[in-house]
Design a protein around this ligand. Sequence first.
Ligand SMILES: Cc1ncc(COP(=O)(O)O)c(C=O)c1O
Length: 478
Amino acid sequence: MPDTPALSLNDEERMRAGRLLTEFFDDYERSIPQRPLVPALDREVLADMLTTPLPEEGIGVEGLFREINQKILPNSTTVAHPRFLAYVLGPPNGIAPYAEAIAATINQNCNFWQLSPAASVVERAVVAWLAGLFGYGEQAGGILTGGGSIATLNALTTALHARRPRFREEGLQTVDPALVVYTSAEAHRCVDKAAAILGIGLNNVRRIATDDRYRMRVDVLEKAIRADRDAGREPFCVVATPGTVTSGSIDPIADIADVCERQDLWLHLDGAFGGLFVLSERKREAFQACCRANSIAIDPHKLLFAPLEAGCLLVRDRTSLTDAYAFSASYLTVEEDPVMVDYMDYGPQLSRGFKALKIWSALQTFGIGAFRSVMDRMLDLARYMADLIEAERDLELMAPVSLTAVCFRINNATEAEHNAALATLVDEGTALLGPAHLNGQHGMRACVTNYRTSHSDIEQIVARLARIARRHRAAANK
Ligand SMILES: Cc1ncc(COP(=O)(O)O)c(C=O)c1O
């Protein structure tokens, strides 16, 4: 038996792996604009990966990179492509792969601070910075999560514990009145999912109607709360959205906060898409009332361009998190330290990776100012796209452009025709956009969550869509 650890690389292998990784980064970066947005799947290769047994004898470093270059990369979506404007998904920032590699190397367990002292401080610094952006005070806290959906699930859990102090002991096995959550018709389905997971039940989620700008109607919200109280139910939480997933509309946060204060309800903000636009001076006003919310979900893996996964839950009062999540265990040797946070007490996970490093590294490397500029640039590009669309006779906007989501349709086209247009754009490599469904109408959606997108990319997309739309009109007039 050789006396070297079986799972380490020797000096030469490490050099080779480093060289291959650098080449991989370099080749990938240069190839992004030419790569297919969506891969032409090699189903034979993929099926083979499912059926070929994993090797008993390893294939080594070079073998691994060959597998990645030949099988993984060609069958992967090019999220970083400048004309990838689907969903709310951005390319990772440039330093992210390096930060991820370092986090994997030192493998800190961000559960309690003795296993990750510097990581605990970095997470605390990142969370404090994020909380400060929303005007939260000294008592605020938060935790990095796997994404916006998990942040909202954790927020609703926290709200539940705050409402029912004996929830930990009794769960939902009591005869208390049914708890009711309110959100808008345009809210992300993560609100439903959280309510379903927590046992609140979808029947106790009120989808409040929106106004003509797709914002929650506060008068309808108040009426629904009154109706539930009259029926013996217990309203407990409102989830408002500063940046809805389809159109990017911003709910009237201040008015909703007034209702929540009057009615003693937890206010959670789902800022997974829109929250980080607080970084833009132009949007500051729209986010001013966020500090009145009990909790805010945001997504650094969207608008801070951290690679997946990095969400964040912020709370106005960090004891609300420990009330819900702190459990002691005799097998964990935890010591209090005023500088450190034990993140296992702030969320459901025990073992946790060092997600904060990739966010902190990008902020250190590029500076906050670079992120502010990117926000403004993306807002400009979305406005530019909307202006180009408005100037086209055969295209129309479906919703005002509040942030960077642009929803539009081809005049008189059906859902199937819109889907066909989306498929054409992908097939010919023009762009990847998503579908939009608003107010009973179907259309398309471009979401500029991409720091690589340029004005000429936007012009190219709209020009192509205008040609498709003209052809559609000509065919309809035949
Ligand atoms: C408003 C909103 N909430 C929640 C989510 C879900 O976030 P995640 O995919 O990080 O769970 C999204 C995703 O786009 C979103 O736009």
